[in-house]
Write a protein that binds this ligand. Structure first.
Ligand SMILES: [Zn+2]
Length: 54
């Protein structure tokens, strides 16, 4: 499952959630600190595999 990193725009708290893609679609993310929903997703440490044509 991928890990999504977020940053709260209100208190600048960074947090991460590990969710499946289907869960991600229906989850409303909240800052664990201030409960704000104004969270911004960060670029995650996803492994972007670029398949090369050889
Ligand atoms: Zn917050």
């Amino acid at each position: 499952m991928p890990t999504y990193d977020f940053k709260c725009e209100k208190c600048n708290k960074k947090f991460s959630e590990t969710l499946s893609v289907s869960e991600y679609d229906k989850t409303k993310f909240r800052c664990p600190k201030c409960k704000s929903t104004r969270v911004k997703q960060q670029i995650t440490s996803f492994q972007t595999v670029t398949s090369r044509k050889s």
